[in-house]
Design a protein around this ligand. Structure first.
Ligand code: UDP
Ligand code: MG
Length: 324
């Protein structure tokens, strides 16, 4: 948003959403700091605490009290990965922005190479995973199926095997921040912006510590967010299904009439029951798809803020600092 553009005081912002990452935070800070110092330019590390319950908050506050470069943003509760990331992206003020996960699955050491790529004139350099160490067969297969389906349904070119790990220019980030929607699938939104974007292939590592915060349920929810935010194809699928079953009905009716005219009495209770059941379930499914979109429209029309901040700890930004 424009509140950030005027004060691009630092060259680089590293934005990290952190949930319960107590065991990884110190290592994250150490490695990111080393990488930023190597770049030799001014930097800040924006750590967003997403309602952590395991002491991550206190650990991050301590870092912020010791290190000028750390900005700790404590959200009012756990809002989820994509919202926490959005908060960090709104508060950061670098001319270039690196998005990172707190678990160090995406190595910050790649920053130099990503910077070099961006210098070639790109606005977004997004990480594309070549391999994903330490992730289950199920996660890999479901992720790959999901991306394939999404790419089919959606006009936006969302790269497969890309997460949120990416380097963005201030201009691209301002565009992203100007998108107010509540159901945020950030990697898709960034692709949707356009500008010059390029893939950056890399090897994804294991989590440094802790376990994933994306169990199956959250993965499915993220997938539904992605589908519904970028496409109304499921709604069309509903009418397609309706037409298909209508045609099927006509065929069955024709067959019945022919048999009847030939004097054959059709024994049909079972098939009738089956047809009624199938039709009923298809109708409910279609209603469900409608409901999914309607519910989202309802939530969006409330226009609530995406998140609230509890506290910000930063030695560089005083509490009364309007720029915050
Ligand atoms: N995260 C968050 N809020 C949540 C869940 C996750 O801020 O409710 C953060 C988490 O700390 C991590 C990032 O989002 O930095 C990605 O989460 P995770 O590593 O668990 O996801 P995965 O890599 O397994 O997809
Ligand atoms: Mg992870």
């Amino acid at each position: 948003m424009e509140k950030n553009t005027a004060r691009s005081a630092v060259t680089l912002s590293v934005v990290v959403p952190c949930y319960n990452e107590l065991d990884g935070v110190a290592e994250l800070h150490r490695r990111v700091t080393a990488v930023c110092l190597e770049q030799g330019s001014s930097y800040e590390i924006v750590l967003v605490i997403d309602g952590a319950t395991d002491g991550t908050r206190e650990a991050i506050f301590q870092l912020a009290e010791k290190d000028d470069h750390v900005v700790a943003i404590d959200l009012a509760r756990n809002y989820g990965h994509q919202i926490a990331l959005s908060a960090g992206l709104e508060f950061c003020r670098g001319q270039r922005i690196l998005i990172l996960d707190a678990d160090l699955q995406d190595p910050p050491e790649l920053l130099g190479a990503m910077m070099a790529k961006m210098n070639e004139g790109f606005d977004v350099v997004y990480g594309q995973r070549l391999s994903r160490d330490g992730e289950s067969w199920f996660k890999l297969t479901s992720a790959s199926m999901f991306y394939r389906l999404l790419r089919r349904m959606v006009d936006v070119d969302i790269a497969p095997n890309s997460g949120d790990f990416r380097l963005m220019s201030r201009r691209a980030l301002d565009h992203l921040n100007a998108m107010p929607e509540r159901y945020r699938f950030i990697r898709g939104m960034v692709s949707w912006i356009g500008l010059k974007q390029v893939a950056f292939p890399y090897e994804r590592h294991r989590r440094f510590a802790g376990t994933t915060h994306y169990p199956l349920k959250k993965m499915v929810l993220l997938a539904v967010d992605a589908m519904t935010s970028f496409s109304i194809a499921p709604l069309r699928f509903a009418s397609l299904l309706g037409m298909l079953f209508g045609l099927l009905g006509l065929v069955v009716l024709g067959y019945t009439l022919i048999e009847w005219s030939l004097g054959n009495v059709l024994p049909g209770w079972t098939s009738l029951a089956a047809i009624v059941l199938i039709l009923g379930s298809v109708q409910l499914m279609v209603l469900g798809i409608f409901g999914e979109y309607l519910g989202r429209m309802y939530m969006e029309t409330k226009r609530r803020p995406l998140y609230f901040v509890n506290e910000i700890v930063s030695r560089n930004r005083a509490a009364g600092d309007k720029d915050l």
